[in-house]
Design a protein around this ligand. Structure first.
Ligand SMILES: Cc1ncc(COP(=O)(O)O)c(C=O)c1O
Length: 396
């Protein structure tokens, strides 16, 4: 099973979908004079902007589409460099590559997010932006990242795809940098099967990202606007059915986060009696989504043994999200003269080889979190999982 929102699909999502079908308007644009047109996409944009306390939100077809629109919107030149962590989903890299820029990988630290110390080492005269990724729902160290960005005059595009609803020092992730992106795929906090969102407080970035997502059109077009377009765009438009599901899920997001936080704190407390590991650093313990409980063992041998006993995997072996498991990206990095072999990011390699992701709300083998609990786990199930983990730790 996937992310927490999917466990809570219910009559709210079903009724909303049926309502859209009955209206006859499935496209994001409809007849403004017809009361049957429900405006689900534009309502989602307004509601999500309100939820994030951002000036604008834009709905798209995926987190990847949100990243592509956002990176294009930065207005950078081909060959400009964007610093991105060596542990992230492949779309963080490919969005940069498709926009004609160069992803420059940097180390992560024990929060499993971008290491601010390494960002400064990776800055060159071509560096124009940083893409912090709030991995596993854990907000990055945004104070330090924003201060580095300010010092070096860099733009910041937040990949918040895994962290809808997370906050950093009281601010929703995605709204701290210049522009932020979200995914509504099945593994995320809330989901609509697929789908994405962009948030920003910047009028120009919004207008440009909107144009990229809709064939160069201005925001909320009512007609074809021939003669009024100056951006080349694509089609990343969300449809009304997707927005109907996303809106129903948005109505559940605070309940989802509160439930996950409560269950994770129970689980963490129970396993704290075991030895040989520590919890990953949380840059804002109050704001983390609590979708995952990541433990970092003292040695990689211990991590391998415990995860094997629990039929799970260490994070470096989890397949996705680890730079050296992305042969297509490595080939590209090689072609643009970037470090690309396994071992190029030794701190990241070391941490990921000692780390195990335990699911709390995102049950995803591709993230290494195939084992753990889920949003519906009872106290007895949480206690049982904790007991299994403690027994496995005793064997090391
Ligand atoms: C960190 C990160 N960025 C981007 C994406 C891309 O999102 P989508 O699958 O909606 O295109 C994902 C999805 O897994 C992700 O985890």
């Amino acid at each position: 099973m996937p992310g927490p929102g999917a466990y809570l699909f219910g009559k709210e999502e079903m009724e909303a979908v049926v309502e859209v079908m009955k209206s006859g308007y499935l496209f994001r644009y409809g007849s403004e004079n017809d009361p049957k047109f429900l405006h689900k996409v534009s309502t989602l944009e307004k509601e999500f902007a309100k939820y994030c306390e951002a000036k604008f939100a834009l709905a798209t077809t995926s987190g990847t589409a949100s990243l592509v629109a956002s990176v294009f919107a930065l207005g950078l030149k081909p060959g400009d460099e964007i610093i991105v962590p060596a542990y992230t989903f492949v779309a963080s890299y490919t969005s940069i590559i498709f926009a004609g820029m160069v992803p420059v990988l940097a180390e992560i630290n024990e929060s499993l997010t971008l290491d601010p110390d390494d960002i400064e080492r990776k800055i060159t005269p071509r560096t124009k932006a940083i893409m912090p990724v709030h991995m596993l729902g854990n907000p990055c160290d945004m104070d330090r990242i924003m201060s580095i960005a300010k010092k070096h005059k860099l733009l910041v595009v937040e990949d918040s795809c895994q962290a809808a609803g997370a906050t950093y020092k009281g601010k929703k992730v995605g709204t701290i940098g210049n522009i932020g992106t979200f995914s509504l795929n099945i593994f995320k906090t809330i989901n609509s099967g697929d789908g994405g969102l962009v948030v920003t407080n910047d009028d120009i970035l919004y207008e440009t990202a909107f144009g990229v997502h809709d064939q160069g059109h201005k925001p909320c077009r009512l007609g074809l606007e021939v003669g009024n377009r100056n951006i080349l765009g694509l089609n990343f438009r969300m449809n009304e059915l997707t927005a109907a599901v996303a809106l129903a899920q948005l109505g559940k997001i605070d309940k989802i986060l509160a439930t996950l936080r409560e269950k994770r704190s129970k689980f963490k407390k129970l396993i704290s009696e075991a030895n040989g590991f520590k919890f990953r650093t949380l840059n804002d313990p109050e704001g983390d989504c609590a979708t995952i409980c990541t433990v970092i063992f003292d040695t990689k041998e211990q991590a391998a043994k415990v995860s094997k006993m629990l039929c799970s995997k260490t994070v470096d072996n989890s397949g996705w999200h680890v730079y050296h498991n992305m042969e297509h990206v490595l080939n590209h990095l090689k072609n643009v003269g970037q470090p690309h072999t396994k071992g190029s990011y030794p701190k990241t390699d070391d941490i990921l080889s000692r780390a195990m992701n335990i699911s709390v709300g995102v049950v995803d083998g591709g993230l290494g979190s195939g084992w753990g609990i889920n949003i519906n786990s009872t106290d007895a199930e949480i206690e049982s999982a904790a007991k299994q983990f403690i027994i496995a730790c005793k064997s090391i």
